[in-house]
Design a protein around this ligand. Structure first.
Ligand SMILES: *Cc1c(COP(=O)(O)O)cnc(C)c1O
Length: 410
């Protein structure tokens, strides 16, 4: 068996080929590079049964479909296969039938978000390629995952985040070894500074889709979903879209699985969900464009999707179009009300980005864009514990004569 099935890398816009095993950022055309594999050899030498028999942690069970050559470079913080939880009591509120809507709960991954998948791969490849100092712009979760995996790998990391990033995220990044700087701008401003630091401080830029391997990590969401559903795919996937790495990565995974003959039948419809306060992809989609200009004055409580401009905009829009899907933006108040309701009815605390997918599902059902007979997967990308929660204002006086009188109806 080969150490890796990678054949080459390819510019996602022009198709120009690049050699594997070398350090790459964007293509010469300034667009994301995609990793290509010998899928015929994979289909011959790897089977669904051999994957099922793997004892590797979490997504490392898909190692043959990933670019890391040497097992010692597979950095791990104990990745897990994340659960798929059917909505029962809260289905009706969405206009859905019980058990037709599943939540893929990625909050169980190391550092509490699915950014672990992409950054685990990016850091593993950085180690394999001999890089020493990684830098990243982040709205929180990516920086935390990079800092954690870089520290685990013994690499240095610098993290630039907007100064209104939730405090818990900023602190967790620094606590896990990231040299953390707050910037009085948005993530694209942080990205520009990381770009300037590349030449000056020899940083390697781990911005989403500006190096080729985060998408390979996020691609494992597609493999894992297919395996958990018995190598079948749902009818519709709702994905909270910032840079779009996960949506593009899953679409790539489905194409690879289909090429190997591991899945057949129709592909899921991919739905890109954004917040109304930052919806560049939705706007471009509605205008019929493939490229989305920078969104001005971006604001939303769903920090993970507050991304005013995406280098992979055309890849997101192409995947949505090829899949027969659509794009949709939701208001913050609807997102938060949905989060609170599902937490109360179901005991499942979604992050706001995940709640946005639930709200989008409800609206799509209402508008007839999807049917209640469809099997649906909502992507909950992070633990809800990193976000502000509704306050509690009930107090008991344990020194009063009858403290519990306060609970009794008057
Ligand atoms: C990063 C992030 C997203 C967006 O993911 P992309 O694949 O970059 O579009 C959504 N939700 C959360 C919680 C995130 O951290």
């Amino acid at each position: 068996m080969l150490e890796s099935y990678v054949t080459h890398l390819e510019c996602s816009l022009t198709g120009k080929r690049y050699a594997a095993g070398e350090i790459h950022g964007l293509s010469d055309a300034g667009r994301p590079l995609l990793v290509r594999y010998d899928l015929d050899a994979l289909a011959r030498e790897v089977s669904r049964d051999s994957v099922a028999a793997s004892t590797a942690p979490g997504f490392w069970r898909y190692a043959p479909f990933l670019p890391v050559r040497h097992a010692e470079n597979r950095i791990s913080l104990g990745e897990v296969m994340t659960p798929l939880l059917p909505l029962r009591r809260s289905a009706a509120g969405l206009g859905a039938l019980p058990d037709r809507v599943l939540v893929k709960d990625e909050g169980r991954l190391p550092t509490g978000s699915f950014k672990a998948r992409g950054l685990c791969l990016a850091v593993s490849m950085a180690k394999e390629l001999g890089l020493q100092h990684l830098a990243i712009p982040t709205n929180g979760n990516a920086g935390a995952a990079m800092a954690a995996y870089a520290s685990r790998a013994g690499l240095r990391s610098t993290v630039l985040c907007p100064d209104d990033t939730p405090d818990i995220n900023i602190r967790e990044i620094q606590a896990q070894g990231g040299e953390t700087w707050m910037v009085n701008g948005l993530i694209n401003d942080c990205g520009r500074l990381v770009g300037e630091g590349k030449a000056r401080f020899h940083w390697f830029d781990v911005s989403t889709l500006k190096e080729p391997y985060r998408i390979e990590g996020k691609k494992t969401m597609g493999y894992e979903l297919a395996e958990q559903l018995g190598w079948k795919l749902p009818d519709v996937i709702f994905y909270p879209t910032g840079g779009g790495t996960g949506l593009i990565g899953m679409w790539k995974a489905f194409a690879e699985l289909k090429a190997m003959g591991w899945i057949d039948g129709p592909m899921p419809r991919m739905v890109a969900v954004q917040a109304s306060g930052c919806a560049p992809i939705v706007k471009a989609w509605e205008a019929g464009d493939e490229h989305a200009p920078v969104w001005q004055d971006a604001h939303t409580v769903a920090a993970g999707i507050r991304v005013p401009v995406a280098v992979g905009d055309f890849l997101i829009i192409r995947a949505v179009r090829e899949s027969g899907g659509f794009c949709m933006a939701l208001d913050d108040d609807v997102i938060m009300a949905t989060r609170d309701r599902i937490a109360q009815e179901e005991g499942l605390l979604l992050c706001p980005e995940g709640a946005a997918t639930a709200a989008a599902c409800a609206r799509a059902l209402k508008e007839g864009l999807i049917s209640d007979a469809d099997s649906v997967v909502l992507w909950n990308c992070a633990t809800g514990l990193k976000y502000p929660l509704p306050p509690v204002d009930r107090h008991l006086d344990c020194h009063a004569d009858n403290p519990l009188d306060a609970l009794a109806p008057a």
